[in-house]
Ligand binder design. Structure first.
Ligand code: C2E
Ligand code: CA
Ligand code: CA
Length: 574
């Protein structure tokens, strides 16, 4: 229909352009215009008029450059126009002007229109008004970088700052300190006096820590009652000890909340660059281990990391056990349904890994995936997951069970492996599946970190029909301009926003921003972690396409899912 609409006025002289509006419906959210070979506008759609304020009669016959002037005067569009006969198409951001003179940013794509004999007969342009989008983008990044409760940088901004601080000290040859802070007895206070009191306490502690550190230092809330401080240029060890003592001192006085006088002391673990590690994750891990030692010694104190700390940690036993897990068949996959937003059918499933250890019992992937990442085991295990998920999917298809797609989580290290796309494509082909039956979930932060490297891999995978979903969206950099350049199909709103969507206006605003952004980019939106009908209602109202969460189904083994599918399934959920 759209192609028809574009081509007909150019090839069929008998049509009078202005009559087109009524004849053809306007199915798009994008403004559209068609020009002849010389660049004169022959037709525009209704959205064009809505966005620009022009009537068709205002612009028909005008040259493209007169109509859609780039006000920066940088000649972008003139340059593009000159090159069009050679390039055949162009897209990018330009500044448009409405009839009332107002300027607005637009995402414009211009393409050649070819007649039946293959010759270029004109051009058509599609554009999207980005002005609303930029606001959404700004609001998203504001909220995504700061902790709503305390106003401190959140984990994501923290990671960013830590990375920057490290690259600075590496260059300058200075030292850096990293604190991991955890409040003693916070859980008891929170459980016995309620979340309201717990929240007030966190706000006070945040202020107190902030009051004793310097401008150049960063204090962030990592989540719950965990804080971290980055001291980006440290003279010596003594310097770090001094800051830690100041924090302890500032936290000593009782905090008055309502009728309560609360004492909540911190435990502080300190890791130093370069002596305790030279990358983010080893420094964090060691500051964390030192914090546990501080707690073990009674809390309300600080401890520097010492070599001996590492051997004590549980993680070492787990690490050893995990190396054997794959060989001993202790790993298996469970599958969680993703429903269409109208709740009528299961569109796909997400494969989630499980580890059943003979002694430890079920170990959470949140515990063992990071271990697999550190040790490098993730490459082998990740490969196993792709194979197992593809085989299971093929089995479902053979059995006629209407699950269209399986989504597999891909960890950073896996994605960075050079032969990653080959592994995926080989497994897909070996299982006899079409590419559309496989989706890869990659976290937003990973995609943003190395977009150039990732781009080619994703493009290759997508050429096989494999789709790409951005996992945990909203928690990372949320840089739309960079995301736009990547070949992706859908984004998954992080569970943390869904969790609060009924009560917290911030979470509501974030998820609605995400949906707006996604729609403008023609991406589908999946909401995950949906547990209540209230959440479902909000998300559907905002325009989410797919819903995943305990409300519809927990992650299940294939056997359970098969029965669930036959007995319960979509029907009972309506
Ligand atoms: P994720 O990819 O964000 O997966 C979603 C997590 O949310 C899963 O936890 C799922 O069980 C849980 N979930 C789903 N619906 C609900 C709900 O309604 N309420 C609540 N409270 N939780 C819900 P799970 O299975 O523990 O996985 C945790 C994380 O471990 C995953 O987060 C993913 O990052 C990682 N992971 C799991 N399997 C794999 C894997 O095969 N490969 C890789 N690289 N990572 C995996
Ligand atoms: Ca996931
Ligand atoms: Ca997720």
């Amino acid at each position: 229909m759209i192609i028809h609409w574009i081509v007909r006025p150019l090839v069929d002289d008998s049509i009078h352009s202005s009559s087109l509006e009524s004849e053809y419906v306007d199915p798009l959210n994008e403004g559209l215009f068609v020009t002849d070979l010389a660049g004169s506008v022959v037709t525009v759609n209704a959205t064009f008029c809505r966005i620009t304020g022009y009537e068709p009669s205002d612009v028909l016959g005008l040259h493209l450059l007169e109509m859609n002037s780039t006000v920066q005067g940088d000649g972008v569009l003139e340059g593009v126009w000159g090159q069009l006969p050679a390039t055949g198409g162009w897209q990018g951001e330009v500044v448009g002007r409405r009839k009332n003179g107002e300027v607005f940013p637009e995402w414009l794509s211009i393409n050649a229109v070819r007649g039946n004999d293959g010759d270029v007969v004109g051009y058509f342009g599609i554009f999207h008004d980005l002005s609303g989008l930029q606001e959404s983008e700004q609001c998203l990044s504001r909220m995504a970088y700061y902790d709503v409760l305390t106003g401190l940088p959140n984990r994501h901004l923290f990671n960013d700052r830590l990375r920057m601080a490290l690259s600075n000290v590496r260059r300058s040859g200075k030292r850096m300190g990293l604190f991991f802070i955890d409040l003693d007895r916070f859980k008891q206070i929170n459980d016995s006096l309620g979340h309201g009191v717990g929240d007030e306490l966190l706000i006070s502690v945040a202020q107190r820590i902030k009051s004793v550190i310097r401008e150049v230092d960063t204090v962030a809330r990592l989540g719950g009652d965990e804080f971290s401080v980055i001291l980006p240029n440290l003279k010596d060890r003594q310097d770090a000890a001094l800051v830690a003592s100041k924090i302890l001192e500032a936290c000593q006085p009782a905090i008055h909340i309502g009728s309560h006088h609360l004492l909540s002391s911190p435990s502080i673990g300190i890791a130093l660059f370069p002596e305790n590690g030279d990358d983010e994750s080893s420094l964090l891990r060691r500051a964390d281990l030192a914090m546990y030692r501080a707690k073990a010694e009674g809390g309300n104190t600080y401890r520097f990391f010492e070599q001996g700390d590492e051997g004590d940690a549980d993680s070492l036993t787990l690490e050893t056990a995990f190396r054997a897990a794959l060989k001993r068949d202790e790993l298996y996959l469970v599958y969680q349904p993703q429903m269409a937003a109208d709740c009528t059918e299961i569109v796909g499933v997400e494969a989630l890994m499980r580890w059943r250890h003979p002694e430890f019992g079920e170990v959470s992937p949140n515990v063992f995936i990071p271990i697999a990442e550190w040790t490098g085991a993730i490459t082998e295990i990740g490969h196993w997951v792709i194979r197992a998920a593809c085989r299971q999917m093929a089995e479902w298809r053979d059995a006629g069970i209407p699950i269209h797609r399986v989504a597999v989580n891909i960890s950073p290290r896996q994605l960075r492996a050079q032969n990653f796309s080959k592994i995926v494509i080989d497994e897909l082909l070996a299982s006899g599946l079409p590419g559309s039956a496989l989706e890869l979930e990659i976290t937003e932060s990973e995609l943003m970190l190395y977009p150039e490297i990732t781009l080619n891999k994703l493009a290759e995978l997508r050429s096989y029909g494999i789709s790409i979903a951005v996992d945990d969206f909203g928690t990372g950099y949320s840089n739309l301009a960079r995301l736009r350049a990547l070949p992706i199909d859908r984004i998954k709103i992080d569970r943390s926003f869904v969790l609060d969507i009924e009560a917290d206006v911030n979470a509501q605003a974030i998820s609605s921003c995400i949906v707006t952004l996604a729609k403008a980019m023609n991406l589908e939106v999946v909401a995950e972690g949906v547990e209540t009908h209230g959440q479902l209602e909000q998300l559907v109202h905002q325009g989410c396409d797919l819903i995943q969460g305990y409300l519809f189904g927990r992650p299940m083994t294939p056997e359970v899912l098969n029965t669930w599918f036959h007995e319960d399934g979509a029907e009972t959920q309506r």
